[in-house]
Write a protein that binds this ligand. Structure first.
Ligand SMILES: Cc1cc2nc3c(=O)[nH]c(=O)nc-3n(C[C@H](O)[C@H](O)[C@H](O)COP(=O)(O)OP(=O)(O)OC[C@H]3O[C@@H](n4cnc5c(N)ncnc54)[C@H](O)[C@@H]3O)c2cc1C
Length: 325
């Protein structure tokens, strides 16, 4: 009978452990475990012990260049085989590029279902309860999955990793990918890295976003200054990106990025539901808006009603002062 939790961990491009891996292991442990973690890619063996310290009872290492970079055709046969062997009750992946592609394709192989982009997971007896946003982030829906394994992908930072404990014991096993080049139908001809300066929006603990209320692209210079002082990143509403005031990759929301900082400062953003969909997991929202009835205030911990041009410079100087104190 299916039991335990199987998670598919991930390495970063520079060979580290993608933080979502530890979050998945923690989520699996919170569900009752035991957690088996798959680490696939090239040069990933050195990361296995980190997974054990993070709470995995077993790590299956599949070290093979055919698995780097991620390609569904190469991963699916390997993931299907390991899933059959482990026979987990619950299978988790990150809501990452890999998880988005692999999870539904794997679910199809097992005639089961997958709840994507979950923000919370719990068990009701043997039944996984997967919670995910719906209606553009204005509500949350709870899903039960009838098939086996019960599958979900987890949004980054939805779960706190367990405190690392190097005394934790775990089994580390190596397996071959068992995939040949002729099984991979796609060919990656080129990879280009998005030029990014400073902290990535998705990783930032502080995000300062600007909307149409800034009045023009010049306003973003002020936001960038504050982001630099606070070690944060700058985001934007879709209205701003559509107007060409700020680059499209910085768009936050339903059709942009989902961000999960501890602090989100929204300047001149009305708080349309499509924007809120990208910030529903933010711990603290602070809004500056001249309209006291703006929707953004409904979700804000702190709000300042007024013209951002009058409020923001003083706010920035105060933060600078506190930072240098
Ligand atoms: C299918 C679909 C997908 C979408 N996806 C996204 C998405 O991913 N992300 C997203 O952001 N939007 C998205 N949108 C657009 C969304 O509906 C809103 O139009 C957009 O978020 C509005 O951006 P805004 O808040 O910057 O502009 P506005 O709605 O124009 O709001 C500007 C705000 O600035 C305030 N303001 C004006 N002047 C000042 C001032 N001097 N000082 C302080 N405040 C001031 C105003 O009171 C107002 O609240 C989507 C829409 C659709 C239909």
């Amino acid at each position: 009978m299916a039991s335990g939790v199987l998670v598919f961990g991930e390495a970063t491009d520079d060979g580290g452990l993608n933080p979502v891996t530890k979050e998945l292991i923690a989520a699996g442990s919170n569900l009752g475990g035991p957690v088996t973690c798959v680490l696939a890619g090239t040069g990933v063996e050195g990361l296995a012990q980190e997974c054990v310290a993070a709470g995995a009872g077993k790590v299956i290492v599949v070290d093979d260049p055919i698995l780097t970079p991620y390609q569904g055709d190469a991963y699916i046969p390997m993931a299907e085989r390991i899933t059959k062997e482990v026979d987990p009750s619950v299978l988790l992946m990150g809501q990452t590029m890999m998880g988005r592609d692999l999870a539904p394709r794997l679910a199809q192989r097992f005639s089961t279902a997958v709840a994507m982009d979950c923000m919370a997971l719990s068990m009701d007896g043997d039944q996984l309860i997967a919670e995910r946003p719906c209606y553009g982030g204005s509500a949350r829906a709870r899903y039960k999955i009838n098939g086996t394994p019960q599958m979900a992908t987890l949004r980054a930072k939805a779960v706190e990793p367990l405190a690392p404990d190097s005394s934790r014991q775990g089994e580390i096993v190596r397996q071959d990918a068992g995939v040949t080049a002729d099984q991979v139908r796609t060919k990656i001809t080129d990879r280009r890295k998005e030029k990014a300066e400073g902290v990535r929006l998705e990783d930032a603990t502080v995000v300062i976003s600007g909307g149409r209320g800034l009045g023009g692209p010049e306003g973003f210079k002020e936001l960038e200054d504050l982001a630099e002082i606070m070690g944060g990143a700058v985001g934007a509403s879709r209205a701003v990106c559509d107007l060409g005031w700020y680059p499209v990759p910085t768009q936050v929301g339903l059709t942009g990025k989902v961000v999960t900082p501890d602090l989100y400062i929204a300047v001149g953003i009305s708080g349309a539901s499509q924007h809120m969909a990208g910030i529903s997991s933010v711990k603290n929202i602070v809004a500056i808006n001249k309209d006291a009835d703006a929707n953004i205030f409904k979700a804000s911990r702190f709000g300042v009603v007024g013209d951002w041009k009058e409020i923001f410079p003083a706010f920035k100087e105060k933060v600078r002062e506190l930072k240098s104190a």
